[in-house]
Every structure is written in structure tokens, then in C-alpha cells.
Design a protein around this ligand. Structure first.
Ligand code: GLP
Length: 245
């Protein structure tokens, strides 16, 4: 895990965009795993501005709220349309997304794993970090799942996502579909972004704590190509030895 601390959240976005642009340029048919949340907003702004050739790119988003249609303003698909998809020339057929409103959520999860496999796996997985150490919606608990699955969201996670629902925590769906730890750990390269003080404890545990299902991101320690980009606030609890590894 190579950990870099950059001067500002904007510098994190710029460095992340440079890596994504590099991966798009270096692969004949790049396959990206993409996150939602506040953290990647600056990254998407820079990718829009970069005027990239998206014609060869395939994307798979990490997760989606259960029960929501793609057009629901609280859905992650709506977020992605707003921040990236409707603003760049990425062919719709090359956008992979979990359908929150699928009648059979289990079948939908299986379809997604098959689609990622058929695309050749993820060349680059970009992800944020939950303040409780979650990746996608792989939540802390007594166990983690490998495949894409339906997850029950922690109250803390629902609260963290309330802004998408007008600040109403009760309106945040209780469950979500998410890629599992297998797709995350099989990505050829992982780029994790974390900014702000609310992430500091999870960042330190991810980088230096034991591997534990109670902090899903700790499992990234076993992956050989993980880059972590932090602003100083998110890096505040790291030991100096953890930086630059
Ligand atoms: C959300 C998403 C994650 C995201 C994380 C952090 O609940 N499921 O994919 O990385 O929480 O979000 P934010 O960047 O808003 O802090």
C-alpha cells in the first residue's frame, strides 16, 4: 500500500485524475471501477475538463441503493449521470451499473459479477473510504462477502448518505447492492481516496491495523498495487512509518 499525503483535497483530486487518465491512455480497452460520494467530486470535475476519449472505456460502479430506480435523484446512478456520464462521450452500453430496482436482487448481483468478468476484470478500481472503514458498501461486521451482494447499511453509513436524500436519514434505503471483496481485491490496481478529518481513524486502521472484517479496507493490505491519496486531515492519525510505503 503506497500512501501519499498531498497538501489539499484539490491536490488529491488532481493526482487521482492523472492516474485515471494514465490508465485510460495505457489500456486498449480500459475497465474502471468507479465510486460515488463527496470525495470523488473533484476527480470527476477534472476528468470532465480533460476532454478524454471515452470511446474505449468501460465502467462499473461499486454500488447502488436497493429499491431505487436509475432516475431517482438519490440514486448513485443519478449522481454519476450528474457528475460524469451525461457530460462525457462514454457510450451508454459501456456503463456498468447495479440496478437498485431489479426484481431479483440476487440475480442482479450475479449478472454484475459476470459482466465484470466478461469485461476482463477491473484495470483500475477507484474507491473512497467510509468513516467506518467500508469499501463500496462492504460494511464492518462479523463477516465479509466475496461476490456482489445485497448489504444492510449501518446507521452511521445511512447518516453519511443523508445529503442525497435532502438530509433525511430515514429516507436513505436500509439496503444496497455492492460489489464484494473479491472484485475489489482482484482489481489490477486500486486507487483509494480519502479527505477530511472524519476519515483519519479509518485511514490509520486501514494502513497499519490488523486485517479484520470490522474494518473492510484493512484487506487492501494484501493487495500488491494499492495507492492511497490523502489530504493532511485524513492522514492525521497515520504513523510516519505508514506514509510512503
Ligand atoms: C458511501 C459509498 C462509498 C463511498 C463512501 C464515502 O457510503 N458507498 O462508495 O466511498 O461512502 O463517501 P464520501 O466520499 O461521501 O465520504
Amino acid at each position: 500500500m503506497r500512501v501519499s499525503v498531498l497538501p489539499t483535497a484539490d491536490a488529491v483530486a488532481a493526482a487521482a485524475a492523472a492516474i485515471v487518465i494514465d490508465v485510460i491512455g495505457a489500456n486498449r480497452s480500459p475497465v474502471l471501477g468507479l465510486p460515488t460520494g463527496r470525495t470523488p467530486v473533484g476527480l470527476y470535475a477534472r476528468l470532465r475538463e480533460a476532454r478524454l476519449d471515452w470511446s474505449r472505456v468501460r465502467t462499473f460502479n461499486l454500488d447502488e441503493f436497493a429499491g431505487l430506480t436509475a432516475g431517482d435523484p438519490g440514486s448513485f446512478r443519478h449522481y454519476m449521470d450528474q457528475h460524469l456520464f451525461s457530460l462525457v462521450d462514454l457510450p451508454a452500453a459501456q456503463i456498468g451499473f447495479l440496478r437498485g430496482d431489479a426484481a431479483d436482487a440476487v440475480a442482479e448481483c450475479e449478472r454484475y459479477d459476470q459482466a465484470i468478468a466478461a469485461a476482463g476484470g477491473l484495470d483500475l478500481l477507484v474507491c473512497g473510504l467510509g468513516a467506518n472503514g467500508h469499501l463500496g458498501f462492504n460494511e464492518p461486521g462479523p463477516l465479509l462477502w466475496g461476490p456482489t451482494h445485497v448489504a444492510t447499511l449501518h446507521p452511521q453509513t445511512r447518516a453519511a448518505n443523508a445529503a442525497l436524500f435532502g438530509g433525511d436519514v430515514a429516507a436513505v434505503p436500509a439496503r444496497a447492492l455492492t460489489i464484494g471483496m473479491t472484485a475489489i481485491l482482484r482489481a489490477r490496481r486500486v486507487l483509494l481516496l480519502a479527505t477530511g478529518p472524519s476519515k483519519a481513524a479509518a485511514v490509520a486502521a486501514m494502513a497499519s491495523g490488523p486485517l479484520t472484517t470490522t474494518l473492510p479496507a484493512s484487506w487492501l493490505q494484501v493487495h500488491e498495487a494499492v495507492e492511497v491519496l490523502l489530504d493532511p486531515a485524513a492522514a492525521a492519525a497515520l504513523t510516519p512509518a505508514a506514509v510512503g510505503r
